[in-house]
Design a protein around this ligand. Structure first.
Ligand SMILES: C[S@@+](CC[C@H](N)C(=O)[O-])C[C@H]1O[C@@H](n2cnc3c(N)ncnc32)[C@H](O)[C@@H]1O
Length: 406
């Protein structure tokens, strides 16, 4: 989409086309386009409106009902922070006393809008003209135009002395193909600029890929890994005065009762620590805990092990074993019913004997392909089991388990 096409969507005819497109989106694209044209909507406007309607349907999953009224580009939506995460970050910035924020590379404005909702004055800078125009329109649609200014330009030229704090979520996809970029030096704005911000602005937050190499964490920064309902979604570096602890794992759950530690009506659990401790190693015990990926990526297994009085069975494999069912939000818990050295034949025989017809398969430290294993097991019966494929004392091992309720 170019600026002219976007401007057309902002006219009364464009609004009517968007409303008509919302009614037909989700079905067959050809008949949707035909219906819009039959209603007298010009082909170009109809196509732009249908694209928006499709993107808006997806945006609702990421942003909630507000997504249905936002202007979106495909890459902008893919890269945007989901609302529950952006709201929590904004709440933390506000609680730290931030009143004005530069959002350098603001994209469609998901983080900027969250900061504004938290009462922060936001200056967004976005290099792509259409994305910048959409971010401004999104602020207007959310009733936040007075708190959000979006400027189309190069974030590296922004005068950071104008604000209390800076947020930067560099683009981690190539412009043409949209492929993910794994090398931080290829981020835009570039990594040197992003990390240099922390030296110029006492309160800087940088969103990064959750796969970030720990060696790239700037000295003194807090590195936080965030998961939503068990999916690892991002990492953030809290620099300067905003750093509170070396490492943090934040687990969020949408749609749950509001919690004081999270914005946006989500529940939030946090585990913190140095990220440098080693968890103790011991034998397999009656319960196994599969830690949330945010805990694992933050290198906080030792802290979780201390909380649960748990041990690893292998120093390089992130399953924790406990004698009791270890009530915790930081791990999925299973009771170990059987443990056997991995052998397809023995496992198949055991599951047959137990009449297990359905299995979920978890694995860490195993090269086995779960779907192939499931086929090879030729399950029959009406029982269910959880299989944990792992290594114990270096030997491939399978734990036959049942989930701990709750
Ligand atoms: C990951 S997206 C930001 C997403 C945003 N945080 C959100 O949640 O909606 C990064 C954005 O930075 C923009 N960008 C990249 N380099 C830039 C630069 N030098 N100046 C301004 N914007 C830039 C890209 O066009 C892209 O829209």
């Amino acid at each position: 989409m170019d600026l002219d096409q976007f401007a057309a969507l902002r006219t009364p005819e464009g609004s009517a086309a968007l409303a008509a497109a919302a009614e037909v989106a989700g079905g067959d694209p050809l008949s949707a386009a035909a219906r819009l044209r039959a209603a007298g909507i010009p082909a170009g406007l109809a196509a732009a409106a249908l694209t928006q309607a499709e993107l808006r349907r997806r945006a609702v999953g990421k942003f909630g009902p507000e997504g249905a009224g936002m202007f979106l580009t495909r890459p902008g939506l893919e890269q945007a922070t989901r609302r529950v995460v952006a709201d929590r970050r904004a709440a933390r910035l506000r609680a730290a006393g931030v009143r004005s924020l530069a959002d350098l590379g603001c994209g469609l404005g998901a983080d900027a809008l969250a900061a504004a909702r938290a009462g922060i004055r936001v200056y967004g800078v976005e290099a792509d003209p259409v994305t910048a125009a959409m971010a401004a329109a999104n602020a207007e649609a959310a009733g936040l135009a007075e708190l959000v200014t979006v400027e189309c330009g190069d974030a590296t030229a922004f005068d950071v002395t104008r604000v209390d704090a800076v947020f930067c979520d560099p683009a981690r996809r190539t412009t043409g193909t949209g492929r993910r970029i794994f090398d931080p030096n290829a981020y835009s704005p570039p990594w040197d600029f992003v990390t240099g911000l922390a030296e110029r602005v006492p309160r800087t937050v940088v969103k990064v890929a959750p796969g970030l190499d720990h060696a790239l964490i700037p000295a003194g920064a807090e590195a936080e890994w965030v998961s939503v309902a068990g999916d690892l979604v991002e990492a953030a570096l809290w620099c300067g005065e905003l750093a509170e602890v070396p490492r943090r794992a934040t687990l969020l759950k949408e749609g749950a009762p509001p919690d004081a530690a999270a914005g946006g009506g989500a529940r939030c659990w946090q585990l913190t620590g140095s990220g440098e401790n080693e968890a103790p190693v011991g034998p397999v015990r009656r319960y196994v805990s599969d830690p949330d990926p945010a805990v694992v990526r933050a290198h906080l297994l030792a802290e979780l092990a201390a909380d649960l009085d748990g041990t690893l069975a292998d120093p390089s494999i992130a399953y924790l074993y406990t004698d009791g069912p270890a009530a915790t939000a930081f791990a999925r818990r299973l009771e170990v019913i059987d443990m056997l050295p991995f052998s397809l034949k023995r496992l198949r025989a055991l599951l047959r004997e137990r009449r297990v017809g359905r299995v979920e398969i978890l694995k860490r430290g195993s090269a086995l392909e779960p779907e192939k294993l499931r086929r090879d097991l030729k399950l029959a019966g009406d029982g269910a089991a959880s299989l944990v494929l792992t290594r114990v004392d270096g030997a491939p091992t399978v734990l036959v388990c049942r989930p701990v309720p709750g």
